[in-house]
Design a protein around this ligand. Structure first.
Ligand SMILES: [Zn+2]
Length: 120
C-alpha cells in the first residue's frame, strides 16, 4: 500500500491536479472484488477517484501481484505465449495488459521528452 503523498488529484479542473504531496487526498472508501483498491477523495475539488486512475492498472482486474508479474515478464522480453504459461493467464490477457502498459509508457515518454533540456 503506497503512501498517499505518491498520489495526486486526477481532476484536470482542480487547482491541485497533478501535485503530489499536496496533502489534499484522503481515503474515503475501498472497492474491488476484495475491497483492496482505495477510493481517494480530494479535499480541494471534492471529487473522488480510484487510486489506480492515471496508471496502467486502472480498470484491469487481475490481482496486483499477478499484474506486476505479467508486466515484469513482458519487460524482460518474454513473449506473449511464454508469459501466459508462466503467469497462468490467457494469452489475450497478456496482450491486453501489454497494450495498456504500452500506452501509458508512451504517454510518460512523450511527457518526459517534452521537458528534457535541449542543449545536452
Ligand atoms: Zn482535486
Amino acid at each position: 500500500m503506497q503512501d498517499l503523498s505518491k498520489f495526486c488529484c486526477q481532476n484536470k479542473k482542480c487547482p491541485d491536479y497533478g501535485k503530489r504531496g499536496a496533502n489534499n487526498l484522503t481515503v474515503c472508501s475501498w472497492y474491488g472484488k476484495n475491497n483492496h483498491i482505495r477510493l481517494l477523495y480530494c479535499r480541494t475539488c471534492k471529487k473522488r477517484f480510484s487510486e489506480r486512475k492515471g496508471t496502467p492498472l486502472f480498470g484491469l482486474r487481475l490481482p496486483e501481484e499477478k499484474m506486476i508479474s505479467l508486466l515484469d515478464h513482458i519487460a524482460e522480453s518474454c513473449g506473449v505465449r511464454k508469459t501466459s504459461r508462466l503467469v497462468g493467464v490467457h494469452p489475450d490477457t497478456v496482450t491486453r495488459y501489454n497494450l495498456a502498459a504500452g500506452k501509458h509508457a508512451k504517454a510518460l515518454h512523450d511527457e518526459l521528452v517534452a521537458f528534457s533540456p535541449k542543449n545536452q
